[in-house]
Structures are given as structure tokens and as C-alpha cells.
Ligand binder design. Structure first.
Ligand SMILES: [Zn+2]
Length: 412
């Protein structure tokens, strides 16, 4: 048994520690109340609103708000109506002078964007580059360059960066900043030097799985407002996925749940990058669709544009390649929905570019293999596009700020 000790090894002092815990908990509650209310920009909550939302006294709220304002997290939004009495009060909102950086490394591009605490994407930069087989050090150097451009934009706009999140298409250990396995990048057990990305940000940079980030972005900024339980499937070079259950991402005990791209849809199908065979990715990943549609070699974005053109023109090879991918997506979604008791499917990543052609095929696949489980109106196409993973990584960083406001020193 160990007694709680001070950092200097002195005797335990439980009472002050509890007072400090209560204060920290109250800071988080006040910040959460202000953050939740941001969905109604017409009426930012007053201190009195926050008091009634949290059950704290107005005096406590005023003192806690002052502390959050000192840390630069909360700002006044000007006069607002105060409840039904019509008396004007001063509204509160999350500071637009503080922000987080979302970053993504994918197989054929890297990107970085600035999200202010109010949830607005203020800058967004993408660099197309072939990262497959490239050394992690050189990709991280490219990314650091892109991040420093975003940081310059932030400084010019008077926004202080508090932290960041990096999304990578593979299995990651968030705590150690290690990519355990990213088959499409050919990276295995790579410790990324995350500290070099945002050296001045107090909360540093955290590492996340790309598909989980995209699923979270969908939850916070997209179809998560319509569905509580769904499978999110993200098409990139690989096919990623995320399970949202009860409006929460279910990442599994090792953060690896929802990897629908490696669900087997044809036991005698082609070999897969994961070492298995006949996975969904071998039919619905970019390479598989481009090859089946007869799209010539080139950059991924050029090939995707060509595919879109051919789909629009009714080219048979293109429409049948996409319909085939959709059918296998439907098969994988049917099994997943059965297993996890899900009632909706959201298509993201490159599938959004093929929406009108792929979604009907997914609906047919679901109807054939799991009749009655997911109704056609509950197969949706994401509207977030390629920035979803970046937005989810930034949103995750934003939430870590909201979860620990006390870890930020008062602004100078
Ligand atoms: Zn696989």
C-alpha cells in the first residue's frame, strides 16, 4: 500500500489535494457548458446560464470564467439576451484566439490545418507526395515544413496554438507516439518524433488512427447528428473504418476495432497488404477500383478525377468497377451490422466522390445479405470529404484541451 505523497516526498495532504481536484473538475464543467452551447451561435451562454447548466453558484462561475479567460480559453462574445427576462447579459464563447493543429499523413499526401477553439477550420494545406516506402524521418520533415506554414498563418491571425493531433493510416500507440503497423506506408514499429512538429505548443502533438479520426469528425461535424449507431467506412488507398455506438467511437481494447477494410469478403480473393486474403480493401481500395475501371497510372488525385469523369459519362467499366466495390462494401457492412447491432452506414474518403454510383450498390448488397437490417435511407455519404481525418485529429486535440484546461498557464 502506498500513501499519497507530495512531489517532494513529504507527508500526504489529502484535503488540499481534494480542493484542487474539485476546482479542476469545476473548470472542466464550466468549459464544457460553454463549449456545448456553441452550437447556437445566436445566443452564447451568459455566466448566469453557465451557473444554471452546471449547478454552481454565480460567484463560483464568475471566478472560474475569469481563470479560463486568463488562460486564453474563453472570451466574451458581446451582449446577448439573458433568458426570458430580456435583460441583456454578456455572452461567453470558446476563444477564437486559441487553436489546435490537425495533421494527416496518408499514402499519397500530407496535410495540416488550423482549427480554432470555436470549431472553425481557419487554414488547411495539403501537399501531394508519394509516401509509400518513404522513410518516416523524411515524411515527418515534409510534414514539419507544412505545419510551420500553418503556424505562420496562425501567428499572423493572432492565434496561439495549444496542441495538435496527427492521423496516420495504420495501427498506432497513442501514448508512445508509435506507429505499430501501417502496411500501405510500409511502416512497422516506427516511433515518430512528434515533439518536433509543434515545439512551442503546451500540449504537444498526439498520434491517432486515421479512420478513427475520420469517424470522429463525422460524429462531431457530420452524420453523427443524424445517427447514434453506425459503421463509418473510409476509402483511401486502403479502406479504413470506425464503429460509432451510442454516439461514441468504439475503438476496442487496443484501438483497432472497426478495421472493416480487412474483413474477408471473398475467401478465395486476392492477397492483401495485411498478409491475409480476400479482404474488402482488395476490392474497394483505390488501386482495386482504378484497375477494374481501366484508369491508367498517375497520381491518385488525377486518377480519381478521371474516374469521376468516366462515371459522369456513364462509362461501363467505371460504373461496374464502382458497383463491384459497393457490393463488397455492402457484404462487409452486412456482417458488421449483424455483429454489432448497427442500423446505419456512412461512406467517407474517396467513396464520397463516387457517392451516386456506390451508395445504391451498398444498399443492394445490404438488402441481399442482411435484409431489413439497414434501411436504404440509413446509408449516407459523408459531406466532409478529404479533410475528415485532419478535422478529427484536430477535434481530438481540441477535446484534450477542454478536458484539462488547468494544465495551461495563464496567458502573459
Ligand atoms: Zn487485409
Amino acid at each position: 500500500m502506498s500513501l499519497e505523497k507530495n512531489a517532494d516526498g513529504g507527508a500526504a495532504r489529502p484535503v488540499p489535494a481534494r480542493v484542487e481536484d474539485v476546482r479542476r473538475g469545476n473548470l472542466v464543467r464550466v468549459l464544457a457548458a460553454i463549449a456545448q452551447a456553441r452550437t447556437d451561435p445566436q445566443r452564447h451562454p451568459t455566466r448566469a446560464d453557465v451557473a444554471s447548466l452546471t449547478g454552481l453558484t454565480k460567484a463560483s462561475v464568475s471566478s472560474l470564467v475569469a481563470e479560463l479567460a486568463d488562460s486564453g480559453l474563453v472570451m466574451e462574445s458581446g451582449a446577448t439576451r439573458d433568458g426570458e427576462r430580456g435583460r441583456p447579459g454578456v455572452g461567453l464563447k470558446l476563444s477564437t484566439n486559441r487553436g489546435v493543429v490537425g495533421m494527416e499523413i496518408n499514402v499519397d499526401y500530407i496535410s495540416a490545418g488550423l482549427l480554432d477553439l470555436g470549431g472553425t477550420l481557419r487554414a488547411d494545406k495539403t501537399l501531394e507526395c508519394g509516401n509509400r516506402g518513404r522513410s518516416p524521418e523524411s515524411v515527418m520533415a515534409l510534414l514539419a515544413g507544412l505545419v510551420s506554414e500553418v503556424a505562420s498563418d496562425a501567428a499572423a491571425a493572432g492565434i496561439e496554438i495549444l496542441g495538435g493531433g496527427l492521423a496516420v493510416p495504420g495501427l498506432v500507440e497513442t501514448a508512445s507516439g508509435t506507429v505499430s503497423s501501417a502496411p500501405n506506408l510500409q511502416w512497422h514499429n516506427v516511433a515518430l518524433g512528434l515533439g518536433g512538429l509543434l515545439p512551442d505548443a503546451p500540449l504537444g502533438t498526439a498520434l491517432y488512427n486515421e479512420a478513427n479520426c475520420a469517424a470522429l469528425a463525422e460524429l462531431w461535424y457530420g452524420h453523427g447528428l443524424d445517427f447514434r449507431d453506425y459503421l463509418f467506412v473510409s476509402g483511401e488507398v486502403g479502406v479504413g473504418g470506425g464503429l460509432v455506438i451510442g454516439s461514441r467511437l468504439f475503438a476496442g481494447p487496443h484501438g483497432q476495432a472497426g478495421e472493416v477494410g480487412h474483413v474477408v469478403v471473398d475467401p478465395s480473393g486476392p492477397d492483401c497488404s495485411c498478409g491475409g486474403r480476400g479482404c474488402l480493401e482488395t476490392f474497394a481500395g483505390q488501386e482495386a477500383i482504378f484497375a477494374e475501371a481501366g484508369i491508367p497510372a498517375g497520381t491518385a488525385s488525377a486518377r480519381l478525377e478521371q474516374l469521376e469523369e468516366r462515371l459522369g459519362a456513364g462509362n461501363t467499366a467505371a460504373t461496374s468497377a464502382v458497383a463491384r466495390a459497393g457490393r463488397y462494401l455492402g457484404i462487409a457492412a452486412a456482417s458488421t451490422a449483424r455483429l454489432m447491432d448497427l442500423s446505419a452506414v456512412v461512406l467517407g474518403g474517396h467513396f464520397t466522390r463516387m457517392g451516386p454510383w456506390i451508395a445504391p450498390a451498398v444498399v443492394r448488397g445490404l438488402a441481399e445479405y442482411a435484409p431489413g437490417l439497414v434501411s436504404p435511407g440509413r446509408v449516407a455519404v459523408s459531406e466532409l470529404g478529404q479533410s475528415a481525418a485532419l478535422l478529427g485529429a484536430a477535434g481530438s486535440a481540441l477535446r484534450s484541451v477542454l478536458a484539462a484546461p488547468y494544465s495551461l498557464a495563464p496567458a502573459g
